[in-house]
Design a protein around this ligand. Sequence first.
Ligand code: C2E
Ligand code: MG
Ligand code: MG
Length: 585
Amino acid sequence: MSYLITHWLGFVSHRSSRVIQESEERYRALVEQASDGIFITDNQERFLDVNNSACDMLGFSREDMLAMHIQDVMPDEEYAKFTQIRLLLMAGETLLNEWHMKCRDGSLIPVEVSAKILSDGRIQGIARNITERKHHEAQLIHLASHDPLTGLPNRSLFQDRLQQAIVKARRNGLKVAVLFCDLDRFKRINDSLGHDVGDQLLQTVAGRLLGSVRESDTIARLGGDEFAIILDDFATEDAVSGIAQKILFTLARPLTIATFNLSTTSSIGISFFPEDGDTAQTLLKNADAAMYLAKARGKNNFQFYSQGIASNALEHLNLEIDLRLALEREELVLHYQPQVDLKSGRVIGAEALLRWRRSEGGMTLPAQLIPLAEETGLIGPIGEWVLRTACLQNKAWQNAGLPGIRVAVNLSAKQFMHQDLVQIVERALDETGLEARYLELEITESSLMQKSEDAVVTLSKLKAMGIHLSIDDFGTGYSSLSYLQRFPIDTLKIDQSFVYDIATNQAGAVIIQAVIALAHAMKLRVIAEGVEAAYQIAFLAVNRCDAMQGYYVSHHLPADGLTAFLQKRYELHPQTVPQLRNAKN
Ligand code: C2E
Ligand code: MG
Ligand code: MG
């Protein structure tokens, strides 16, 4: 230790030996107390002296260290760098830098070193172990660049990695593929089952995605239910198709979260460097556009980006402009689909279904029309028009002496959330003179779940007016019947997918039976949608379903078509409905 002390202080020999000894002892104590490693080397970089902390930090004894060279405790590449900057130190500068030191067991620890070269070539330095600080720094960097829910890289890290992949691919003349993956119907699950279930679903999806690609591929969560993948090591575009197919298949496997058996599919859009863009931003934007095409083509599929997609966006814009004019040009029409009571066999109502007869010909279906109207805010005036037209038409049927039926009007989620809904409905009834009991409003489960407290208030007001309330597409929102008790509902409309499943899937039949039994216990009526065949009617009637609508009885008809239908006094044939047969015998 005497070396360390004397050289540290630069003492010279003319001091009296007592003074020197005292100082040495003082400073030895100080040096030994220091928690940082302190060392001094000779001009050949061999350790001349080290303190205890340095020995502890590296795991060597003092004797070991005094037989070692600086190079023995530094990784080779850092030692090479060190010899380069040694020149700087010779010029009298103090080096303050982060290095690594090699421990006895071969492990490396990060250290912050402050070192100086004395005029005779000896090096003195202090090394601080910064393992913990590095760990915190790494944690912070991880937090800033990763999604906390899934642990996957976030959007900004994804863009960095994509940019790097582009640079590498450009250098090597290779391709990069970007896959943009969005879950289908995630919002519905999140809204109806709650965010905890939604979060767990996203975590499961992240795990499944990781299992679908190589470890070296980047998978990121861009936000919400959007994930993106970079592939930069594939042979052909076919190989990318294969991976996309595998992802679709893997994500579609059923899963159980809490007590819910869920299934979710996804839609994937794919873009390639260099064909579809040469920046990270463009590639991601184009993969996103291709993903929208996959959604439009029925979801649960993947699509490649092409120039044509851009023109689709233009078409979308034209559609929006046209829709704004559609109301003025009187291009919107309502069709009506009769609803038949399964006890009497008679028509008891009609659902109003919106159609857009565009000037260039062709009908636009609501599946395209309603989302566009919601997106553009046109759902307000369009919805009001639907409501008023349906009430007016029903009043006209009554005035023509036809039997009174209820007209059912669909409300989209946005309409239902509108704060003036109750006044809008009141106004439609007032202006058309239709009694409230001849109007039914159809709401979806997810609309109810979005702001359930407000929903209870709105529904109660509508109910108090005498309006009939039903839940549309029941069963597709994964909800339980028990939550319905909170809402003043009259009717459940069993979604057509279950009716379709009666013959193909045992589960469909069981679900229908259970829904009818529970609904009846809660004093709710049940109507089945999408009934196309006699055997479905027989099944529904035997299980005491109250009513039905579907192509078996009639497609949706223009207003005068329904007028004719009502004039014929349609009745279900007793042969199709066992109950009717019994009642009439
Ligand atoms: P929804 O309310 O469940 O309407 C039933 C849909 O099933 C209608 O499709 C109808 O044409 C179709 N359908 C009826 N019977 C059968 C059948 O036997 N087999 C099959 N395969 N399908 C049948 P549409 O008219 O295309 O309407 C789709 C959805 O658009 C509606 O589903 C409703 O949610 C929405 N919608 C329709 N009109 C309006 C409207 O005026 N306002 C709002 N907000 N939404 C509307
Ligand atoms: Mg409906
Ligand atoms: Mg429906």
